[in-house]
Design a protein around this ligand. Sequence first.
Ligand SMILES: [Fe+2]
Length: 248
Amino acid sequence: MDTLTHTRRELITGMSALGLMVSASASSDPTPTAAPAAAAPAPAFRGAHAPQPLPFDPTKLHGLSEKLLVSHHDNNYVAAIKNLNRLEQELAQVSKDTPAFVVGGLRQSELLYRNSMTFHEAYFGNLGGEGKPSGAIAKALAAAYGSMDIWELHFRSTAASLGGGSGWVILGYELAAGELRTSSGINHTQSMATSLPLLAMDMYEHAYAIDYGAAAAKYIDAFFQNIQWDVVNRRFEQAEKLARLLRA
Ligand SMILES: [Fe+2]
């Protein structure tokens, strides 16, 4: 938390509690005034994230049903955003007297729900395509891994390693090195710190159990049939621009 912001908030809260803000106003203006409106929460405590709608028609994907996709979006993704919003508002209550274990728990949960929001938006955003790799990202993956097939084998086998468990598989652009890398995490908080997600794959069971039960391999095939590579290419282009700026 920003110390200055925190200190200012405590000062305002303290002044308000003591009636100092009201009396200061009254002393400078003798005419009766309405009570001051409550200050808007600072951005860190606003809790106003809004869920994005599915960016594709959920009846049109290959091998992933409308029931699965809508359940995933409405139950898991939207719940993460509701929890993130509630958490940010809860963080506004933290004071110097709040026990460290309470602050630590809130911080862990904030990271979990924020990354869940980010990865789910990346995931839904990179579905709805025809699964045909093209453009600069295909060339860059072939250069980074030896061939596109080798990259796909690594991405698929990483996904399979999470089948029956849970987690994320991410093709990321590692900004510090300017390189493409595949990584995985068994929860929302384990990702490369300076990596931008280019292609996100949800391996939590809620992403496939409605359609495939425990048969994760069938879901991996369906995922690859629906990758929207145009979106991955746009993200790759943006990541390269950002990396060039950082290295300039
Ligand atoms: Fe999910």
